[in-house]
Design a protein around this ligand. Structure first.
Ligand code: OFO
Length: 177
């Protein structure tokens, strides 16, 4: 059974994950129009992941006899001046989701809600990985610079990350990782 405070915070997190999914979808669409196919694939996949994060919380809340509420989402930002600006926005977005997860954890701790605290551990690890991945991309973007073919090389780097991610997922499915 969830306390009212925890339920409210979890419902807020459902909205945040849903917003993140919509925001990544808009970014994917922007990248696709720019011919950045590696980046577009990255964000389409990321959007699907965020939706999965949202779904996990919805199922958890309902399993705990709460009521998972789905709130309306505003239109996500769909235009960027550069791929650099876009990835900086992603990093800020992920950091704010991490803060929201920490906030949720401090509520569940205060409420002695061990089940929710345990449930949230997965999100803590996920956020750490996501932030690290975006920092890696930002570092590469900085190294590549803004020269003539920089967009091509940035897209290639992100495509390499997609390939690695696909490989890790396949290994995890086979129980290797
Ligand atoms: Fe939901 O993983 Fe980031 O935001």
């Amino acid at each position: 059974m969830l306390s009212e405070k925890t339920l409210q915070a979890l419902n807020k997190q459902i909205a945040l994950e849903g917003n993140a999914s919509a925001s990544y979808l808009a970014m994917a669409s922007w990248c696709e129009r720019q011919g950045l196919n590696g980046c577009a694939t990255f964000f389409y996949d990321q959007s699907a992941e965020e939706r999965m994060h949202m779904m996990k919380i919805i199922h958890y809340v309902n399993e705990m006899d709460g009521h998972a509420v789905i709130s309306a989402q505003g239109q996500p930002k769909g235009e960027y001046d550069s791929v650099q600006e876009l990835f900086k926005a992603v990093y800020l977005q992920e950091k704010s989701v991490t803060s929201a997860i920490y906030e949720l954890l401090s509520i569940s701790n205060k409420e002695n809600d061990h089940s929710t605290t345990l449930f949230l551990q997965w999100y803590v690890a996920e956020q750490r990985e996501e932030e690290a991945q975006i920092r890696t991309i930002l570092d590469k973007i900085k190294l590549i610079g803004t020269g003539g073919q920089s967009l091509y090389f940035i897209d290639q780097e992100v495509q390499n990350i997609n390939a690695l991610r696909g490989q890790e997922e396949a290994e995890a499915e086979e129980g290797i990782a």
